[in-house]
Write a protein that binds this ligand. Structure first.
Ligand code: ADP
Ligand code: MG
Length: 312
């Protein structure tokens, strides 16, 4: 159930183990109805994310990434299926509780920095803004905002207005704004879509740093494969479903601090897995079907030496 009271949230936290899921999507369906056409944006998506994980979700444009993120953020309701975030059933939640949920549990970073920052506020004022209605003195508010800007390494721009900063700097301030409320999940939708690769690398490192230092769960949506190289769990979405997952090999995970995305692009840093859904279905890529010479919709499935072989 949704907990409004901070003390209750703390109590619940104490009994939770580290491996507990913060997000569970079970057969998630989203249909958009526009006049006479229906778009099936998510078709029975299944996904589980543990507390404190940093994951990247990648997929082509139109594959359902933003739809999924907006639903996790409580901005849209699923058409069918179950969606639990930190024990809250978002499908069943009342409008009133959804407002509280959006305010207290999730932080958003959008691609367009104009969507993240108020233009007539300085960086510091932007970070302070979400805290205005909290029971907090002006001094405490200022200290918290300044602390976040420091954590992100952008405190030297505390008095700058968005128009006086580069796109990358604005995105860093946007991360501080999203963290102001101490959310449990940080959702970023193509946060580096509008910056160069060097800046994108730096922003990626910031996400990793705040994930490690604050223990906050982070979900980053991107279509940039190189950005995902530094993330230990990469989830691929295709046609509104999870198709495959890439898990970083342990040897690379331990030396992430010293590796750049360019280093990682040259090696096989991740192992790719197909995802088996609840109905034991697995999605095969067009590429592997082509390589196996499979061109019809009927395949032979046999078990040989403990392996399942799919053939023509
Ligand atoms: P992505 O973020 O991966 O590019 P989206 O989640 O934005 O994909 O979109 C998934 C599908 O849903 C697309 O076919 C898109 O056109 C459709 N879609 C998204 N939002 C809406 C909407 N508000 N109304 C109608 N169709 C939508
Ligand atoms: Mg999108």
């Amino acid at each position: 159930m949704f907990q409004q009271n901070d003390e209750n949230i703390m109590e619940i936290e104490n009994v939770q183990t580290e491996q507990e899921s913060i997000l569970v999507c079970d057969g998630l369906v989203k249909i958009y109805k526009t006049e006479d056409i229906e778009v099936l944006a998510l078709q029975g998506l299944e996904l589980e994310i543990k507390k404190g994980e940093l994951v990247a979700i990648i997929g082509k444009s139109g594959s359902g990434k933003s739809t999924l993120l907006n639903m996790i953020g409580g901005l849209e309701k699923p058409t069918a299926g179950r969606l639990y975030v930190d024990g809250n059933d978002l499908f069943a939640m009342s409008e009133k509780n959804l407002v509280l949920y959006r305010k207290n549990l999730v932080g958003f970073v959008w691609q367009n920095s104009g969507q993240n920052l108020l233009p007539y506020f300085t960086s510091l004022q932007n970070v302070e803004a979400p805290l205005y209605f909290d029971k907090m003195s002006q001094k405490e508010r200022r200290e918290k905002a300044m602390g976040l800007l420091k954590l992100i390494g952008i405190d030297h721009k505390a008095d700058a207005y968005p128009s006086q900063m580069s796109g990358g700097e604005q995105q860093r301030v946007a991360i501080a704004v999203a963290l102001a409320h101490s959310p449990k999940i940080l959702l970023a939708d193509e946060p580096t879509g509008a910056v160069d690769s060097k800046t994108s690398n730096m922003i990626q490192d910031i996400f990793r740093k705040i994930n490690e230092e604050l223990g906050i769960t982070i979900i980053i949506v991107t279509h940039d494969l190189s950005l995902a190289n530094k993330v230990s769990r990469v989830i691929m979405i295709a046609d509104g479903k999870i198709s495959t997952e890439k898990i970083m090999k342990a040897e690379y995970r331990s030396q992430l601090d010293s590796l750049t995305t360019e280093n990682l692009a040259e090696v096989e840093s991740h192992e790719e897995y197909s995802v088996l859904d609840k109905a034991r279905r697995v999605q095969l890529s067009e590429e592997s079907l082509k390589l196996a010479g499979i061109d019809s919709n009927k395949v032979r499935v046999e078990v040989q030496d403990g392996k399942i072989i799919i053939s023509k």
